[in-house]
Design a protein around this ligand. Structure first.
Ligand SMILES: *Cc1c(COP(=O)(O)O)cnc(C)c1O
Length: 387
């Protein structure tokens, strides 16, 4: 008898051959600008914890207190036994932060995207999506059954041409974009995208996973940064990056949120967010709002590192355009980026080596935190100049 699982090993071999194989890294101790792996300490340039809140005592205390009060699990779907006062408090806090009518929290950002996209459009409809969008937007689009057309990354001309050609053949149209592109660090052109959405009668869903807590004077994200919060828009994001917790959300009009509560399968048929995660996220939003100095420190680090990288990168290493705390250095191929990552690791620097198929070209991906100190940046610049 042929073994129906044999193909899995063959497939793994192919992954190894292409230098695409990945494995987990074990980090011990609390997350922060410095982390412990094995018996060594590393400077952490690979985390999405932009404000350093994941290890903040106040979030930890909030999570512990909520666990004491409500227990570890929320024990059921929000519509059955899983709803706690904290959930609604968090949703009101997100809506107030984003200045939208309402918000709904999901158990992860990935689930927020899947659940929203599948109920906004179906096979009668059209999705136009930036080619560099996050996996959760791409898979949400596929799951919806709508016709999916990608436009070239941040290319509004291409998007316009595709809308002119295709829009009239479909019932609804949904434009999907990251606000901060997670593997490049550049931003979408939100005001222009909203103009096109108006002109062609499209909905627009923006993924603020890397924008929330980082952009805008109040830290609420790129929608605030671009002064677009009064325009019709579906905003989603995650509680797991700058907010240091776990979970996702969608913020928008009251009717949108009410509709998602009644329809989104990844909200209805999954267990509510744990009390600990919910309380930690609530505390994080409060800190983002009351401590703008964290954001200021983060941006100071971004500007300082960008300047110094422009001057010190070795040949064959190219800093990609970025307007965010995500800085990417493009290198020739997967083998070279792996070697660079390993070399940096030897120097006590934890930097992600990102390869296809996650990205079109191999790169070192550096993420900065508000809690990085000048000597952390010095060490990174020094390490990169040795490559
Ligand atoms: C991380 C991320 C998500 C998923 O959020 P999780 O809460 O981690 O599931 C969605 N979109 C983008 C752009 C992301 O970077």
């Amino acid at each position: 008898m042929a073994n129906p699982y044999r193909w899995i090993e063959k497939s793994l071999k192919t992954i190894h051959k292409a230098n695409w194989y990945r494995s987990t890294q074990t980090i011990s101790g609390r997350s922060g600008a410095e982390i412990q792996m094995g018996d060594r300490t590393f400077v952490n340039f690979a985390s999405n914890d932009y404000l350093g809140l994941a290890g903040d005592d106040r979030l930890i205390e909030a999570a512990v207190a909520a666990t004491r009060e409500y227990g570890t699990g929320s024990t059921g779907s929000r519509l059955l036994s899983g709803h706690r006062p904290l959930h609604r408090e968090l949703e009101r806090s997100i809506a107030d932060f984003k200045q939208t009518e309402d918000a709904i929290v999901f158990s992860s950002g990935y689930l927020a995207n899947l659940g929203s996209i599948v109920v906004l459009v179906d096979r009668r409809d059209l999705i136009l999506a930036d080619a560099y969008n996050h996996s959760s937007l791409k898979n949400g689009a596929i799951l919806s059954g709508a016709k999916i057309v990608e436009y070239a990354h941040n290319d509004l001309q291409d998007l316009t041409a595709k809308l002119e050609q295709l829009r009239s053949h479909s019932r609804r149209c949904l434009i999907l974009t990251d606000s901060v592109f997670s593997m490049d660090g550049d931003l979408c052109e939100l005001p222009q995208l909203l103009d096109l959405a108006d002109r062609f009668e499209c909905m627009l869903l923006i993924d603020e996973a890397h924008g929330t807590g980082v952009f805008g004077d109040r830290g609420s994200g790129c929608v605030e940064y671009f002064s677009c919060r009064d325009r019709p828009l579906i905003q989603m994001g995650t509680l797991s990056k700058a907010l240091g917790s776990l979970g996702g959300y969608v913020a928008g009009s009251a009717s949108l949120v009410d509709f998602l509560r009644n329809r989104a399968p990844s909200w209805i048929y999954t267990t509510g967010l744990s009390p600990a995660d919910t309380a930690a996220a609530l505390q994080a939003i409060e800190i983002v709002r009351s401590e703008p100095e964290r954001r200021a420190k983060l941006w100071e680090n971004v500007e300082s590192l960008k300047c110094r990288l422009a001057a010190t990168l070795p040949p064959h290493f190219e800093l990609l355009p970025s307007n965010s705390p995500i800085l990417c250095i493009q290198v020739k191929d997967a083998a070279m980026v792996l070697a660079a990552g390993t070399r940096l690791r030897e120097m006590g620097l934890f930097v992600s080596a990102v390869r296809p198929p996650t990205v079109p070209t191999s790169r070192l991906r550096i993420t900065l935190m508000a809690t990085h100190q000048p000597q952390h940046l010095d060490r990174l610049v020094e390490g990169l100049s040795c490559l």
